[in-house]
Design a protein around this ligand. Structure first.
Ligand SMILES: [Zn+2]
Length: 386
């Protein structure tokens, strides 16, 4: 008799269970974007996909959690749906909550999820969470984030000055490279996260204080380095944003003069290779489009210049290969062969000569071009080099 009663109870239990799973199946008919309150009345949810939900709180300061527990272990499934994200303001205004444990089905935590939770001391965030809004807490200073080493939660805690409680090392990547939220990290043989410089398979990488692998420019110990998109430190010549730079074998960006492949180059103070005219310590030099310093006679923008063996642009009277040449103050050669007796115009006090006697509307006297040059006068920009 007792035994059959127990059997009947078991049958009733099974019946109730099937009714329950039937109602759960019915819930699965919600469409995307639909909202519902869980059967236990504790959760407000939004359907985000086929069989997944997000905790929902459409209106600010309206909690998605309706309970009043102090330690809340959020379920991974609500009425048959898998919880995949903690929606905006989901736990906002949950004044009693001290500790929240999120399930490892959650991938994302939204804006203000834990705003105005004055009692909150700790949020346990699983490794599955890879996307965390920049502001999931407000002014709470006492809250701690607990998660595994190498998780997005650890990076978040570091970047937001939140105390981090380590609860084990990532199970997925104990050693080697790991990508979290688009950032690369590296774990050493002992499972520790790599910070600073590290040579991996013959290439140097740099990991910042959060363990994030750096790409692009980085200023370290007073030197500039460049890491390409794979994080590898660059050496030698490198074109970056249409400018050429040179990094020595240690990866340090060079500035100033550089001898490379039998040619001289000049790297400006920002490291960019000079092309065209460049003034270095009051001397003008000319670099071709590939950055190589030129010497000797050069025709540049239809004017002749002479750059000595050190690349220095010459001015004034010069003897080159036994012949006398005149160059103006800007290094342009002044051809004198047939023009040396050309009449030029000079003021009494001026240090320029003019071709145009009305230039500047002043009183001029005449001279010959060769005389003017011998006296060191410079050509007028307006009428001579016009
Ligand atoms: Zn003039």
């Amino acid at each position: 008799m007792k035994r059959s009663f127990a059997l009947a109870l078991a049958a009733l239990f099974l019946f109730l269970l099937s009714v329950n799973s039937f109602s759960a199946q019915r819930k699965a008919e919600y469409g995307a974007g639909e909202l519902f309150v869980s059967e236990d009345g504790l959760w407000r949810c939004e359907i985000t996909g086929e069989s997944s939900v997000s905790l929902y709180s459409g209106i600010m300061n309206l909690s998605a959690y309706n309970g009043d527990e102090t330690v809340v272990k959020v379920p991974s499934k609500i009425d048959g749906y898998t919880l995949v994200s903690i929606g905006k303001y989901a736990f906002c205004d949950c004044e009693r909550i001290v500790n929240i444990v999120l399930p490892d089905t959650v991938k994302e935590i939204g804006l203000g999820a834990f705003n105005n939770c004055p009692s909150l001391l700790q949020v346990v965030i699983p490794e599955s969470v890879t996307k965390i809004d920049e502001n999931i807490f407000d002014e709470q200073t006492s809250v701690k984030i607990a998660s595994v080493k190498g998780s997005a939660a650890q990076v978040y805690a570091k970047n937001h000055g939140i105390q981090f409680v380590e609860i084990g090392t990532s199970s997925k990547a104990k050693t080697g490279w790991k990508n979290v939220s688009g950032c690369w990290f590296y774990y050493n043989e002992d499972g520790s996260m790599q910070f600073g410089w590290k040579k991996i398979k013959g290439k140097w990488y740099y990991f910042d204080d959060s363990g994030i692998m750096k790409t692009g420019w980085k200023h370290l110990s007073g030197e500039w380095y460049f890491f390409d998109s794979t994080g590898a430190m660059q050496t030698g010549w490198k074109s970056i944003a249409k400018k050429w730079y040179f990094f020595n074998s240690g990866g340090k960006m060079r500035t100033g003069w550089l001898a490379s492949g039998g040619k001289w180059y000049y790297l400006k103070s920002d490291g960019a290779m000079a092309t065209g005219w460049q003034k270095v310590k009051d001397v003008w030099y000319f670099f071709n489009s590939k950055g190589a310093m030129l010497t000797g006679w050069q025709k540049i923008s239809n004017k002749w210049y002479y750059l000595d063996s050190g690349g220095k642009m010459l001015t004034g009277r010069q003897v080159i290969d036994g012949k006398v040449y005149y160059f103006d103050s800007q290094g342009r050669w002044i051809k004198l062969d047939k023009d040396s007796q050309k009449i030029v115009y000079i003021t009494k006090t001026g240090n320029k000569y003019h071709y145009d006697p009305t230039c500047g509307n002043r009183e001029y006297y005449t001279s010959t071009l060769s005389d003017a040059l011998r006296r060191g006068l410079t050509p007028c920009e307006k009428c001579v080099h016009a």
